[in-house]
Design a protein around this ligand. Structure first.
Ligand code: ZN
Length: 293
């Protein structure tokens, strides 16, 4: 059975483990703080790879930032990682095959291969956290675009609120309504200056009307975005992941959104994986490539 070393590189933590072709972890996931310099990150990767090189068929890397179509290098700036990180020469980590993919795309591939979107050749995986990320599967392939940046969930969804999006700087962008940040903004609008999304979720359970209004606004704008995505991509499934996914009222939004789309109905589902989907997806992408050689 093939096994590869898989990393997930983010702005605060780097996680890694050895994963087999079924997407199973063969040892404990190790997490370390992300070094403060790009050379520090490279050295950490190199040392880790060196220690495990004998037992692995290759190295998979899920990373923040857009990644080129060959899976070899980052094509964008990566704001939450040190300067110069986007120039990292991942291919020089080892003589064995190395594959790099964006973390949201990697997580989407995990859901498509063995998770909530399994068997669905057209699927969208939306990650609802501080921002909104996505991975889009079209006809069984990751949608990459010319620079690997396809699937940015920044499009105008409303013109009346004049919210500025922290991600793109536009007014009233989808991300500024459907993210956790969006629910925090609603919390302040409906429940007071100190309120947060936690107050909204707690208030919902207690039957608080302001909390319900704040939540419905968040979920309503999420639904508007889902209608747009379903009409454009005609997916079989849209999977929600990230810290906010567990709060969505799936039955209600499934019915609401499917009654308003022009395409055939799709299923709205919660993701099968939580934190480690990026590592699993990158590993499976690499193993698939090894199998086709
Ligand atoms: Zn935006």
């Amino acid at each position: 059975m093939k096994k590869v070393l898989s990393f997930d590189i983010g702005g605060t933590k780097i996680a890694y483990s050895i994963i087999n072709e079924k997407g199973e972890f063969l040892n404990e996931v190790i997490k370390v703080s992300t070094p403060k310099t790009s050379s520090g990150i490279y050295d950490l990767l190199k040392t880790t790879v060196k220690g495990l090189e004998e037992e692995i068929a290759g190295v998979a890397i899920a990373t923040a930032g857009a990644v080129n179509g060959q899976g070899t290098a980052i094509t964008s700036h990566v704001g939450n990682l040190p300067e110069g990180y986007n120039k990292t020469d991942f291919m020089s980590l080892t003589a064995k095959p190395v594959l790099v993919e964006n973390d949201a795309n990697s997580a989407a591939w995990a859901e498509y291969s063995i998770g909530a979107a399994q068997g669905c050749n057209n699927a969208i995986i939306l990650t609802l956290g501080t921002g909104v990320g996505s991975g889009i599967i079209v006809d069984g392939k990751l949608l990459k675009g010319k620079s690997g940046a396809a699937g940015e969930m920044h499009f105008p969804i409303d013109s009346g609120h004049k919210r500025v999006c922290g991600g793109c700087g536009m007014f009233d962008c989808f991300e500024s309504f459907a993210s956790g940040t969006g629910l925090n903004t609603n919390a302040r609008e409906y429940m007071g200056a100190d309120a947060t999304s936690y107050d909204v979720i707690r208030g919902l359970k207690e039957g608080n009307h302001q909390a319900r209004a704040a939540f419905d606004k968040w979920q309503g704008y999420l639904a508007k975005g889902l209608i747009m995505l379903a009409n454009i991509f005609d997916p079989e499934v849209i999977v929600l992941s990230g810290s906010m996914a567990k709060f969505v009222e799936y039955d209600k939004i499934n019915a609401e959104v499917n009654s308003q789309i022009l395409t055939q109905p799709f299923k709205l589902k919660e993701a099968a994986f939580e934190n480690n989907a990026g590592m699993i997806g990158a590993a499976l992408l690499l193993i698939e490539r090894l199998d086709h050689k």
